[in-house]
Design a protein around this ligand. Structure first.
Ligand SMILES: Nc1ncnc2c1ncn2[C@@H]1O[C@H](COP(=O)(O)OP(=O)(O)O)[C@@H](O)[C@H]1O
Ligand SMILES: [Mg+2]
Length: 257
């Protein structure tokens, strides 16, 4: 019997004592693309951080299985080595570290003995060309003064070279103009395949015009309130999240009134 790539079971996550995710369940099979859509503050980035094992995000109930194994025992770096990749919503700048050095280090960490510098140079060039990145990019410092589009292209470049088995893309589409959005979407589509599962986390439907998801989940106030096919994304585009607003938990203030 084969295991799903990712199985999130009744996951509850707290940040500083406040419950943000209130029981999330989701099963992603190898090769699938699932979109997680939700308004600001619904817990999208909390979900991605919990999947990567960020220490600030405390799992109070439920569990995350990756290829059938409980992730709780694995620290963030071990998760990355195991083939889990997270593209951050707000990638941080690393002044003094060039893109080429950064990627070389990341690849060494991921592939260990299997890392071959000569191959790297070739693959690096090819990947930059495919994603529409100028070669001068290699010597620039990571995310330092990058435009929004350059940051997102850099995330896709990392993903292309690291060849993850599970990619979590947290609002990789946000703030992109139409050309950058298309390039990023093409990058995702090129990497898509039986060896990769993708959790495409987004506020907006528009990237789903280019990347067709197998399933769409609607995240409201820390809960998946609906799952369905790609038509669900179009429905959200037409109606927004307003029809789901009533599913929000009442705040304490309302209860005490
Ligand atoms: N580091 C943090 N410390 C305290 N509260 C946080 C932190 N990160 C997120 N939150 C809170 O958790 C909720 C969900 O945030 P987030 O997961 O970033 O939502 P989304 O990515 O969907 O916009 C929000 O109410 C936010 O204020
Ligand atoms: Mg977010």
């Amino acid at each position: 019997m084969s295991n799903p790539l990712l199985e999130i079971q009744e996951l509850h996550v707290q940040i500083e004592g406040k419950e943000i995710l209130k029981g999330i369940s989701l099963t992603l099979e190898k090769g699938q693309v699932h979109a997680v859509m939700g308004p600001n503050g619904s817990g999208k980035s909390t979900l991605s951080n919990a999947l990567l094992g960020h220490p600030k995000y405390q799992i109070t109930q439920g569990r995350i299985l990756y290829k059938g194994e409980d992730l709780a025992a694995l620290k963030t770096d071990a998760r990355a080595r195991a083939g889990i990749f997270l593209a951050f919503q707000y990638p941080t700048a690393i002044p003094g570290v060039s893109v080429a050095n950064f990627l070389r280090t990341a690849l060494k960490a991921r592939f260990g003995e299997g890392f071959q510098p000569k191959e790297f140079r070739k693959e690096f060039k090819a990947a930059m060309a495919a994603i529409g990145i100028d070669e001068s990019f290699a010597t620039r410092y990571v995310n330092d003064g990058f435009s929004g589009g350059e940051k997102k292209r850099h995330e896709i470049l990392q993903m292309a070279l690291l060849r993850p088995e599970l990619a979590i893309l947290d609002e990789t589409d946000s703030g992109l103009d139409i050309d950058a959005l298309r390039t990023v979407a093409e990058g995702i589509n090129r990497l898509r395949g039986p060896g990769l599962g993708i959790l495409l986390i987004t506020h907006y439907q528009r990237i789903l015009n280019y990347v067709q998801p197998d399933l769409v989940h609607v995240l409201i106030d820390g809960r998946i309130v609906r799952s369905g096919g790609k038509e669900l994304a179009h429905e959200l585009e037409a109606k927004g999240y307003a029809p789901y607003e009533s599913l929000r938990e009442p705040t304490k203030e309302i209860i005490t009134q």
